[in-house]
Design a protein. Sequence first.
Length: 382
Amino acid sequence: MKKTILLIILAGFQLSSPAQRSKVLSVFQLIETAKFREAKEIIEEAIVHDKTSQWHKTWFARGLLCQTAHEQGVKENDKKKSELYPDQIYVAYDSYEKALSLDVRGRLNDQIAQQYVLLSNDFQKSGLLHYQRKEYRDAFRAFEHALKITNSPVLTVKVDTGLIYNTALAAFESREWDRAIEYLDRLNKNSHSVNTALLLFNAYIANDDTISAEEVLREGIERYNDNEILVLQLVDLLYNVNEAEEAISILDLASARDTSNYIYPFTKGLLHQKLEQYHEAIKAYEQAVKTAPAEIKNYYHIGICYYNIGVEIEENARSIDSRQAFRAEKERSKEAFENAVIWLEKAHARDQDDPDIIVKLYQLYQYLQKGDEKNSLESKIN
């Protein structure tokens, strides 16, 4: 009797494994007929059952269920399908990865490869949607998973630089600086674009790494044929770290290479002006005028430099005791102010509505006692 009972128990154990696996196999039929809820109940039981939890087909079925329900749900705008699981496409990915880890003989490689192509597209669509909604962390997560899929050993696809860029951009917007740098650097080493170099520069700056940031710009200037944006960004960086002389040298070099571009002498003028080196600034601005005579800001800044020279002379004159020396300084300041008027009038002739030009001219006319000229601007001042 005891022997008979033991045989029955053993037979039960032998039959339980095929029975449980049969349930898993039935999930595929349920997926085909869109009975996703029923399929979920069976598969969730199977992933914890000791007879099927370590079977590769169990996890493949779960992945297929999540992916198929998601894709149908999105297509039909049916959240009961697309939200069968929280983070449904991520559950699909994790399930496929689990299946691959259990499938030591690689019997599922081809099937999962086919699903991965579609799943990568699902992640990219999700990433784009999140990005458009400014949900940058969710976008980054989605794009990065799409990238993980393309790097899967079961696929033999070329690296998608567009996907890497989207992943990098979402990481950047998420302020995930280390990850953004990782992906942007990968692109930048392959000369992806000027914009990539700028993003990488800004990511390094945000990560408090000015040395690497400067290196990116210097390499980019060489790689992208003295790109103007990169040159100006490097100049700005050097000025901000108190290396103005180096910044001016870079502008001189860039100007020599591209003599037709007024922006380099103009920017050189700005640097000298910020350093209160007004005579040097005027020389640079005059060079910019020769290159781009239609640019109003060249004339305006020359006028402002002469104005600042005049103010500087006036302030220094206050400490002079000699009446004769004082008068001489007053003449010098007057000459500077008159030069300022000449250049500001040139700017005003090209743009008669610019408020900065009008206000400064009005002040100068008033100081120099040019009544008619001052009166002509009264209506525009008010």
